[in-house]
Write a protein that binds this ligand. Structure first.
Ligand code: ADP
Length: 270
């Protein structure tokens, strides 16, 4: 038991050490709680597609004399299997992000490139739903970080904007510098999020409308991943939303200042 170990080790140490050990202990317990919750949630979430696939496989066996039904069930098995694959991948991504608090070797990343790459990833889904995605980034903005993770974060926000909006509406993604932060904002004209739910949507597996999330192939992990990616980059993500009008998710990351930017700042021109 950790608390016993702590008491034994505390005796010969000073007050500062006792405090440190106590903090360590609380932290360790919290990490353990988070881990246990995560495992419980994960097994619950995995059971849904796995159960679905088993039932569908049985249906295929029962329907073997009806080729049309077999095709229909097989197609659904394929959809469920894809979803399961994505869920497993996101669980792995999220656990990696939760273990590492910060990035090891950040690169200088062009924000413009992040936005365009993220747009490419949701292009097919947006076209399928007839949603026009507009990209507008201020030139020359850079942050220190991991290109792949940043693209994942923005693509997750864009995928949600597309999934929770109606056909014919517009989605925008833009980036600008505000003080010493880069703000990347994803805006939609979709269904919006009730005020009481706006904080909870960043929790793992939390969904406002589980049926809608599942129908769009959602895993319930997208925003938790965005939140961890922002934290690992020394930033944060916030939401503004009004039901029936739409939502704006804003990632705020420290701007990367390099020599050229310093020179520009010294220039009296705006
Ligand atoms: P999911 O896979 O369910 O989309 P997320 O973590 O990405 O998981 O989002 C959690 C929930 O937050 C969603 O199920 C949805 O209810 C809500 N949500 C996220 N983005 C939006 C948005 N742009 N508009 C409306 N609701 C949203």
């Amino acid at each position: 038991d950790a608390s016993v170990v702590m008491r034994v080790r505390v005796a010969p140490l000073g007050a500062a050490h006792v405090l440190l050990l106590a903090e360590d202990h609380t932290h360790a317990r919290r990490v353990e709680e988070v881990r246990r919750d995560f495992v419980a949630n994960v097994s619950h979430e995995l059971k849904t597609p796995v159960g679905g696939i088993s039932l569908l496989a049985e249906a295929v066996l029962d329907a073997k004399d009806d080729p049309e039904a077999v095709t229909r069930f097989a197609r659904r098995i394929s959809i469920e299997a894809t979803r399961l694959g994505r869920l497993v991948q996101e669980i792995v991504d999220l656990s990696r992000l939760q273990v590492a608090d910060t990035l090891h070797e950040p690169d200088l990343v062009e924000v413009d490139a992040v936005l365009h790459e993220a747009h490419d990833r949701v292009r097919v889904a947006a076209d399928a739903r007839q949603i026009d995605v507009q990209v507008a980034a201020q030139r020359g903005l850079r942050v220190f970080g991991d290109l792949e993770l940043l693209v994942t974060a923005v693509a997750n926000l864009l995928a949600n904007a597309v999934n929770y909006s109606e056909a014919g509406t517009r989605v925008g993604v833009g980036a600008r510098q505000v003080g010493d932060a880069v703000e990347i904002a994803v805006t939609d004209q979709g269904q919006g999020i009730p005020v009481g739910e706006q904080e909870r949507i960043f929790e793992r597996f939390y969904r406002v409308d589980a049926a809608r999330s599942r129908a769009t192939g959602g895993t319930g992990l997208g925003l938790a991943i965005v939140k961890h990616i922002c934290a690992n980059h020394g930033g944060e993500v916030t939401v503004w939303s009004e039901e029936g009008r739409g939502s704006t998710f804003t990632m705020r990351l420290p701007v990367a200042v390099d020599q050229t930017a310093d020179d520009l700042a010294a220039d009296p021109e705006p």
